[in-house]
Design a protein around this ligand. Sequence first.
Ligand code: UT7
Length: 322
Amino acid sequence: MSFTKIAGTGSYVPERVFTNDDLKQFVDTSDEWIYTRTGIKERHMSTGEDTLDLAYKASLNAIESSGIDKSDIDLIVVATVTPDFAFPGVSQLLQAKLGIEGVTAFDINAACSGFLYALQIADKMIKSGGFHNALIVGAETLTRLTDWRDRNTCVLFGDGAGAMVITESKENNIADIITGAQGDEDMLLYCKNPDLKDPEVNAISPQDHIHMKGAEVFKFATRIMPKTVQDLLERNDLTVEDLDCVVAHQANQRIIDKSARDLGIDMDKMFMNIGKYGNTSAASVPIAIDEAIRTNFLKKGDKFITVAFGGGLTWGGALITL
Ligand code: UT7
């Protein structure tokens, strides 16, 4: 069995920046409230670009940094809750836009944990010996699902994409991945698809928007993220001292602060970029990993854990040496 490693990463966010002050034209809020409760100062919003366009630009960056010829990629997995079409998937359109012939390409949905799920699937497919080089993408245009009258949610989200190329390796760099789910029967976090269609009426039903019970989601997040990190450490006979850093899903600065406190990890080891992007769902983890690498926060040889939680409810974590 071959092992796997990260060969390259990339990210892309749309040009338009929407500050906390900009949000005041839609809802009764303030920069002070948003920043102190979430750590968010601004987010990027797509105006002319679809999820595919964001995924494509992030993928070009990741492929370039990997040094792998795009024709050698044999698997594409895209994690998204905001595909441009019910079908074809973003992954299949991405395959065509990149001009990669006939590769296996599919989308998955595990909300904000989606990138960890995609990484786990691709990692296992390469380790099975059936595939060699995978392009994994988290891409979202979440602002298309935002209710701009709901101050509880509209201040949180942003658009963007992150990508990673993983490849077979002699060293066991992508050492372990955990994912899990717990069906959200209490509807803490959801966005419904259009209603079932009655052929007699055949009415067009409108697109729903994001609904969230914030305090409950906060409790879930601050329980599951430290637990996932702890589980990864324990099953690999490691302690937090063995980690160079943690790259967590950027949903709320306070969730990351509390998780770090509970784990006994210094905040200096927690990568943060939520201030600039808000919560970009499945794109959050790969954007953060790419930025951590490009800013030298994460260096060659560093051992780190990346961890996420999300709608579903879902969670995931990976122990990786860069
Ligand atoms: O992928 C999605 C994952 N989702 C998350 O990670 C969300 C997790 N939850 C959170 O991050 C936090 O619960 C929030 C940031 C969403 C909310 O923070 P909170 O400290 O839990 O505030 P709250 O919901 O308890 O609201 C406190 C007050 C309320 O006013 P009253 O009832 O005390 O008068 C809200 O109406 O703050 C009010 N409020 C706002 N005020 C100004 C809620 N949103 C806003 C706002 N601006 N944007």
